[in-house]
Design a protein around this ligand. Structure first.
Ligand code: BG6
Length: 290
């Protein structure tokens, strides 16, 4: 039997076959902020991250909904903060929904979402968020249901911060060659020429419409061994983000300051356009990390 520990602010799930394999979720944002596989932390978390609900968590897996970045054009989304309100809302813990692999569920709807922020977005919805702890993987899945009588538009993205135990200089991202990109820093579109995407400066790049049959992996430069692997369902875009020296220096909740050497965000999402969800319809997506 998996063990679950719940406090007023967090839920920790431990795998039945290995007590060193666990996942910890903050109810605020339903933010997974630790995933240990056989005792080894897989996610990066800033030592200055706020875990008290005063701001989104700098690290782990913040959830981005219903807007990616700062939307400036949509009638309602433009009044929301960067990355929407899901990561700044207290989600309801619904308990364990499957015993093997042990899976816990959280729910967000217009009733428990951040009261100030939800004022800008006049829809009824239910998001069920499942976190499945495998002995060798973590799968996070989302079902979004439009409970309104009219359609609504949204982005979804898992803002995953991977822990790069070895330095960032020693890894590359694979699976993005020939993909269309949009650079968030320069605003320019391009095509990725590299089979091995290295991170040696600030990188903030959207990869658009990447075939979901393609796994995205982080590999060791010297040995080509797998550091992290990602399988996506219904999430055709991916952001690759590392703030590097200057940007992390400017973020008060980013510590240690050289932490950029030990993290890399590879964020699967639907952001090339907005998903339109018709009344009473459901949209589902997941990321499987191994
Ligand atoms: O500081 P925030 O709001 O958590 O965002 C972090 C980063 O999130 C990434 O997804 C964006 O592409 C970046 O532009 C952004 O800086």
């Amino acid at each position: 039997m998996a063990s679950i520990k719940e406090t007023s602010s967090i839920v920790t799930l431990t795998h039945p076959d290995n007590k060193e394999t666990s996942v910890t979720i903050l109810k605020y944002g339903a933010t997974v902020y630790s995933w240990k596989r056989e005792g080894v932390e897989q996610l990066w978390l800033s030592s200055a991250a706020k875990l008290d609900g005063s701001k989104p968590v700098r690290g782990g897996i913040p959830l981005v909904f219903p807007a990616f970045g700062k939307n400036t054009t949509d009638k309602y989304l433009k009044d929301l903060p960067q990355h929407g309100f899901a990561r700044n809302s207290n989600w309801t813990f619904k308990g364990i929904v499957r015993s093997y692999p042990p899976t816990v569920q959280f729910e967000l709807n217009e009733g428990n979402a951040n009261r100030e922020l939800i004022k800008a977005w006049p829809y009824k919805f239910t998001i069920l968020y499942n976190i499945e702890l495998g002995y060798d993987h973590l799968k996070t899945s989302v079902d979004i249901r439009n409970e309104s009588d009219v359609p609504f538009d949204f982005n979804w993205l898992f803002h995953t911060y991977y822990n790069i135990q070895d330095s960032i200089e020693n890894v590359y991202v694979h699976g993005l060659e020939n993909q269309a990109t949009h650079d968030n820093i320069t605003g320019k579109a391009a095509v990725e020429k590299n089979a091995e995407v290295i991170i040696d400066r600030e990188v903030d790049r959207r990869y658009l419409n990447v075939d979901v049959k393609e796994n995205i992996t982080i590999l060791n430069k010297k040995t080509n061994q797998l550091v992290h692997g990602l399988i996506r369902e219904n999430l055709s875009d991916a952001v690759v983000w590392n703030p590097w020296i200057k940007k992390s220096a400017g973020m008060g909740d980013f510590e240690p300051k050289d932490g950029y050497k030990n993290m890399l965000c590879v964020e699967p999402g639907h952001i090339h356009d907005l998903v339109t969800l018709r009344a009473k319809q459901k949209w589902s997506a997941s990321q499987y990390m191994y």
